[in-house]
Design a protein around this ligand. Structure first.
Ligand code: SF4
Length: 99
């Protein structure tokens, strides 16, 4: 199983700082297809749950608990690493939503 970032994500980036296996990646902000969310690599996530309580908009769920309206985000997180940019060399402060 994996954890999943849903469309509730507001690009805060706190999750990246706590993930012990570095499997959370921001969609490049300038990318029209992927720039709205951060994504969890389902093949690397160890389901530790550390990212859940630090997410300000409470956008992260264990896959088995994801609300029905966000079920499409399960495939979207996985596809980011297959069809999307995947891992890239980013500056977290640059990718955080500026508030
Ligand atoms: Fe990383 Fe743990 Fe969150 Fe998975 S559940 S994305 S391993 S912090």
């Amino acid at each position: 199983m994996t954890h999943v970032i849903t469309a509730l994500c507001t690009h805060e980036g706190d999750c990246v700082e706590v993930c012990p296996v570095d499997c959370i990646v921001p969609g490049p902000k300038e990318n029209a297809n992927w720039g709205d969310l951060f994504f969890i690599d389902p093949d690397t996530c160890i389901d530790c749950g550390a990212c859940v309580p630090v997410c300000p908009p409470e956008a992260i769920f264990p896959e088995e608990d994801i609300p029905g309206e966000y079920e499409d985000d399960i495939a979207r997180n996985a596809n980011y690493f297959i069809e999307g940019p995947g891992y890239w060399d980013y500056d977290l402060d640059e990718e955080r939503r500026q508030t």
